[in-house]
Design a binder for this molecule. Structure first.
Ligand SMILES: [Zn+2]
Length: 410
């Protein structure tokens, strides 16, 4: 039997049409959450969904749910989706693909006159990027009970405008309660945002887990003094301490392969003057691993190494873990649905761990969830050069369709 396929050209055209809203000169997109451009993108999505026969519901965080009824409409829906907001120099695919792949699944079900047992919904999650209103994934977080509603609505941008005010202004402060209703399953299709699938020539990533993260802030304090008259033996150089710790952070990452990531991405040196021995250094550490046990081991190693370096060099240290997001194992049945779907189409595939956060990571706390990854060119994302192959995008969407059918009809 020939399998049902989505319409590759229609999916691509929809991505390109959406990409015109907030298009940048370099071929990317700037469509920050809850701006006029975000409103235009949402309006277009809602119009397309209505044209596909869906009813629209919007909750108080501005999350949008476009519903195609099931044979038994009292069953919890199978939900697909991602986000329409972008980074300031973002691309046409990050998030948008997951939203429009959901719409394409609904359009394809319509084309083939397929009725599903449970209803199927395509969703848009507000402010996933957290670029205008930190933190990231705040609206899916409220939906999943990670944050309360007041916290979500009161997040403010640099001008002091809150999400609540901006949702009202653009007409997306919906009446629905945020969360509190069951999903039969949730699937998020997304570009990989890394190089693994492309390097290995695989078309589909079956996302089994999302990495846990621990973020740290470390301040080392020594003594500022003149770079000339101060003998080497008498120095308490905070930057030398930081440099040793940076190297050890990198080694902790290398010691915990294949999945560990360890990064020092921000450093401030005081007084940052060429002829003054640095008296103080502030820097951050970002650890990621899908296994909570390994992440705890990395944490332990960092604490030991930092304390030893500080002591060796006579530095004072302030050490703080400022954020901890535990690893997310996706639902084994949903992961199997994605893998089975990829196999049934004969697509090359591999299991993969998500290195980035996604709305699916929070939704996984309240619903059986998994993700479908497709390759992106050179693994580049959060960049105007972000690109993906229309055939890969369609393959991911076919997998999404098949997985959704399996869950909606079981
Ligand atoms: Zn995204």
């Amino acid at each position: 039997m020939k399998k049902m396929n989505v319409n590759q050209q229609r999916l691509w055209d929809s991505l390109m049409d959406m990409g015109k809203i907030g298009a940048t000169e370099k071929g990317g997109v700037c469509r920050l959450a809850l701006t006029d451009l975000d409103k235009q993108g949402r309006d277009l999505f809602v119009r397309w969904c209505r044209e596909a026969g869906c009813s629209i519901r919007i909750d108080r965080m501005g999350n949008i749910f476009a519903r195609r009824p099931g044979q038994d409409d009292s069953l919890p829906p199978v939900v697909m989706g991602s986000h329409l907001d972008t980074q300031p120099t973002g691309g046409k695919f990050d998030g948008i693909y997951g939203v429009l792949a959901g719409l394409e699944v609904i359009r394809s079900l319509n084309d083939h006159g397929i009725e599903t047992r449970a209803p199927v919904e395509a969703s848009v999650w507000t402010n996933e990027e957290g670029s205008r209103f930190p933190p990231a994934m705040v609206a899916s977080g409220v939906f999943a009970g990670v944050f309360d509603l007041e916290y979500g609505l009161s997040r403010a941008d640099l001008d002091g405008k809150t999400m609540g005010e901006e949702l009202e202004r653009i007409g997306y402060a919906g009446p629905d309660e945020v969360g509190g209703r069951p999903f039969k399953a949730f699937f998020e299709a997304h570009i990989e945002q890394g190089p693994i699938l492309e390097d290995e020539g695989k078309q589909i990533g079956v996302v089994t887990d999302a990495q846990g993260q621990r973020w740290y802030e470390i301040t080392l304090t020594g003594q500022e003094s003149h770079a000339g008259p101060t003998p080497m033996a008498r120095r308490r150089d905070a930057l030398v301490g930081a440099a040793r710790i940076v190297d050890r952070v990198n080694r902790i990452g290398l010691d915990n392969q294949p999945n560990a990531c360890a990064t020092v991405g921000l450093m401030q040196v005081f007084p940052n003057s060429r002829n003054v021995i640095p008296g103080q250094v502030f820097f951050t550490v970002d650890f990621r691993h899908p296994d909570a046990g390994v992440l705890a081991k990395m944490d332990q190693a960092l604490r030991e190494v930092s304390a030893a370096v500080a002591e060796e060099l006579g530095l004072e240290m302030k050490f703080e873990q400022i954020w901890h997001s535990p690893p997310v194992p996706f639902d084994r049945d949903c992961v199997d649905s994605v893998r089975n779907a990829a196999e049934s189409f004969g697509y090359s595939h591999r299991d993969i761990v998500s290195g980035a956060g996604h709305d699916a990571c929070y939704i996984a706390r309240v619903a059986p969830t998994s993700m479908v990854f497709v390759p992106c060119e050179n693994g580049i994302s959060h960049n105007e050069a972000e690109n993906a192959d229309p055939a890969d995008l369609a393959a991911g969407c076919n997998v999404l369709l098949q997985a959704v059918l399996e869950r909606a009809n079981d």
